[in-house]
Design a binder for this molecule. Sequence first.
Ligand SMILES: Cc1ncc(C[n+]2csc(CCOP(=O)(O)OP(=O)(O)O)c2C)c(N)n1
Length: 535
Amino acid sequence: MTGTAAEAIAAGLARAGCRHAFGVPGGEVLELLDALERAGVGFTLAKHENAAGFMAEGAWQATGAPGVLLTTIGPGLANAVNAIANAYQEQVPLVVLSGCIAPGQASQFTHQVIDQQALLAPITKATFQVAPGNAAVIVEKALALAQADPPGPVHIDLPDCLAAAEAPALDTPAPIAERAILGPGDTLDKALNRILESHRPIIVAGIGAVLHGAGPEITRLSETHGIPVITTYKAKGVLPEHHPNALGGHGLSPLSDQVVLPLLRASDCVICLGYDPIEMRSDWIRPWAPEVAMEFVHAQTEHGMHGSSLRHVGDVAAAARALCDGIAPKRGTWPGAEPAAARRALAHAFAPRGEWGPHAVFATLDEHLPEQAVLTVDSGAHRILMTQMFHARRPGHLLQSAAFCTMGVAVPLAIGVKRAAPDTPVVAVVGDGGLDMAPGDLATLRDMGLPMTVVVLVDSALTLIGRKQKAMQLGQAGVTFGATDFPALARAYGGHGETIRDRAEFKRALSAAARRGAFTLLACKIDSAGYDGAF
Ligand SMILES: Cc1ncc(C[n+]2csc(CCOP(=O)(O)OP(=O)(O)O)c2C)c(N)n1
């Protein structure tokens, strides 16, 4: 069957399960936009391409189908660079579609023409330019690559003169590589022996555990053999965090590091499951002796953060299953009960403080929202404290940019989740610096007409950076700003906005937001001193 190049791309995306695309159109992508809509890949107009990239990630988080970002030539694509780099570090399968001028023409016609493939080369897994007749092949290659471990962004540049040109369709999608399964053999025998002989085993789970859906297997491994579980921020919830073996998510809080790093140093068997240290700060360089560690990872990522003496790259869930079932249940691990003491120390360090302040906001969100809600959180002091305090009941319960740590991600990420899963209660938590960076997302919320809650921590400061300045004994330059009237802004964008000053008011407003048809913005006035010594 033959259609146009734009139709071939849209058909490939639809076949891969993509139902949503996000972006801002321009003259060079109108054929593509039209083809996407006709193929059932509904387009959501964002107000900034960067936000659209985060929305596309949100749709992937909600559905498992690759995210789709559509931008126009030049400035459109350049606006999305941060979100694409984020997808690269956060391992998000994202197909980036852009319009361009065909190379022949671009040698003469230079208006808005930049080397788009060169721009994206360092922050994508691959960048392709469609040539006459090959659109269907390109989209299949892009989809396969985007989803192969580690997942990431792949770029397709479609010359405007080719969008409506004939291109044959493909009926067989490119296969996605099978994951290697840890089966009987030397590696498994060695690994099982180490667990068998250990007295203080510990699991460190990371993003690969989430990508491979290894939560249930990690839970069984932990419960069967009495092994405590530490996770990264992205892997929070692979073991539900109210579980007695769960020691929470770590990597960016020096206060929590003080509790968990000694535990890792004391362990005689560190079992890394899908752990990629890309999320960790420098205190996590060489946290254990390589001879006690073994890794079962989803991808061969290179770093100098830690060593190990056994490594298997493949299916993380299958590895956890093989480790669990290969030996009889262990008894009496950690005879000194250090993990239980660490759990108590963490609960104490991140316990709610005082009547009102950031702690009260995060404790209320932790306790008050329904189990099935999805929360997103931005970058800043609020993110670190919230992540330390929040008990994720499942992977994906709390979403964030934990490797790239970009600001301006929480609201559009939440929008993408809500767009793809409209019945899910969704709450975005953001600092005032983060919301000031991208207020246009509220206009997208208005246009979608979907109820969602935005909680903004209003302290008129880039608190995380101010804190670093203080630690470096520098003056507070460039970290404070005036108070934006966020509730008025919410109303201007057609939503409901309220200022919140205490816990009871916050609880009531969260409940009322859940019943509202439009979006709700809750501006929690806090004192940035509330973060002092908090993480
Ligand atoms: C796009 C981007 N710009 C700058 C930074 C550096 N940065 C990290 S956190 C932060 C402060 C965020 O301020 P706010 O949103 O008010 O949150 P708070 O720290 O006050 O909780 C800054 C500037 C970043 N991570 N991303």
